[in-house]
Design a protein around this ligand. Structure first.
Ligand code: GDP
Ligand code: MG
Length: 437
């Protein structure tokens, strides 16, 4: 992938004291080759490397103290520029604001209809209504209903109506009549570009005149992503792109190519299957990611949202008084789970991505622990010292585990409690936790 290739070419430069004109030329050639391999078209790649070269010469890289790092920064900034430079916000001013989702089957339209509603509801105070416009497959309607339920957003459907144009119109009417200020219309996709699909989505566009048309595209599809983007844009003149499945192996090549081919901003990136795995697209951070630096800023932001400072302070008090209980332990686990798939998060830490790629490292890791704690009485959770042999046996049976697992968890819990207490004596734990991760 692009990142690895660039990484390799920068190894030459990174941390090196002095470089020569010859290896700048080599590096630029590598960069260009890497871009071409990542489906960036030839002209863009050429312009890009030329711009980097000019900047490098202008910045007098050859005489710089750390030429390698300087080159990385120049390439980084140029990459960010290629992806638009700045984040571009979504248009949701109308009442109701109408968003139309377009894209091939499997690109992630339905999933991102849910994620987007969730984000605009929780972060922008919107009251969304979803329209299940993939009318041909009952499973697709059901999929959206399940997601709607998860995020507490209603889904508009009509029994027996298999005209998506009419359904979309009715959905908007329903939204107006019932005080919804945002309508997101999911649509049917095909596996490849096909005239019927294009006609249909164009007809929906014409009928509902959406404020925002978002083209949803799977970042793993390489050159195809670019072709598809071009065809959809020619037909729909969409407003923005949602680049999905960026939690997978690809590291953003598609972001470069799509932007350079259709010149429409990428507005969001999909980072996993869960409803909160949606981030606003930041060209800067994507450039970091493409260069393999890890998307630290996104990681920190997500962690901070979940571990709010107030919680941390309360916890600190409890720890200091040795009142940290199994209930607190449980809520800690739930907080970690809320942060999304652990693998998604760990993948953003530089160097971690590769190490954990093949590990089975998800919520299941907590299932046994949760089961054991759920099998405790409220009293036992607050006062773990009363957990004698017969209580432990009962908990083992109740949780479907065994006595060894229960003992192990209690031991771990007590050790943790001890360590936490020791730390609060020495340092201000509250402040430490606020500065996490
Ligand atoms: P649609 O046919 O365009 O509606 O696509 P779906 O929303 O049904 O998504 C197809 C598959 O991709 C589903 O299994 C989703 O769970 C999965 N998916 C969608 N977005 C993401 C993402 O950002 N990351 C990952 N890992 N999977 C995704
Ligand atoms: Mg769908």
């Amino acid at each position: 992938n692009l990142s690895e290739k660039l990484e390799r070419s920068f190894k030459l430069l990174k941390g090196q004291g002095k470089i020569t004109e010859i290896n700048i030329a080599e590096t630029l050639k590598d960069v260009r080759r890497a871009l071409l391999n990542a489906d960036v078209n030839y002209k863009t790649a050429k312009t890009f490397t030329e711009a980097v070269k000019q900047k490098a010469l202008g910045a007098d890289v050859l005489n710089a103290v750390q030429p390698g790092q300087m080159m990385v920064k120049i390439v980084h900034d140029e990459l960010a520029q290629l992806m638009g430079g700045e984040s571009v916000d979504i248009n949701i001013k109308g009442n109701p604001a109408v968003i139309l989702m377009a894209g091939l089957q499997g690109s992630g339209k339905t999933t991102h209809t849910g994620k987007l509603a969730n984000l605009l509801k929780t972060k922008r105070g919107k009251k969304p209504l979803l329209v299940a416009g993939d009318v041909y497959r009952p499973a697709a309607i059901n999929q959206l209903q399940v997601l709607g339920e998860q995020i507490g957003v209603p889904v508009y459907t009509e029994e027996g109506n298999n005209d998506p144009v009419q359904l979309a119109k009715d959905g908007i009417k329903h939204a107006k009549a019932n005080g919804y200020d945002l309508v997101i219309v999911d649509t049917a996709g095909r596996l490849a570009i096909d005239e019927q699909m294009m006609n249909e989505i164009a007809a929906i566009k014409k009928a509902i005149n959406p404020e925002e048309i978002l083209f949803v595209v799977d970042s793993m599809t390489g050159q195809d992503a670019v072709n598809t983007a071009k065809e959809f844009n020619d037909r729909l003149n969409f407003d923005g792109v949602i680049l999905t499945k960026l939690d997978g192996d690809t590291r953003g090549g598609a972001a470069l190519s799509i932007r350079s081919v259709v010149d429409k901003p990428i507005k969001f990136v999909g980072m996993g299957e869960k409803m909160d795995a949606l981030d606003v697209f930041h060209p800067n951070r994507m450039a970091d990611r493409i260069l393999g630096m890890g998307d630290i800023v996104s990681l920190v932001e997500r962690a901070q949202e979940q571990f709010d400072a107030e919680e941390a302070r309360k916890l600190q008090k409890k720890i200091a008084k040795n009142q940290f209980s199994f209930n607190d332990f449980l809520s800690q686990i739930q907080q970690i789970k809320k942060m999304g798939n652990l693998k998604d998060l760990a993948g953003m830490i530089p160097g971690m991505g590769k190490a954990i790629k093949n590990m089975d490292f998800d919520d299941d890791a907590f299932k046994g622990i949760e089961a054991i704690i759920y099998s405790m009485t409220p009293d036992e959770r607050e006062n773990p010292t009363i957990l004698n042999g017969s209580r432990r046996k009962r908990i083992a049976v109740g949780s479907g585990t065994n006595i060894q697992e229960v003992n192990r968890l209690i031991k771990q819990f007590e050790d943790t409690r001890k360590v936490m207490r020791m730390m609060t004596k020495g340092k201000n734990m509250g402040r430490m936790m606020q500065n996490m991760p």
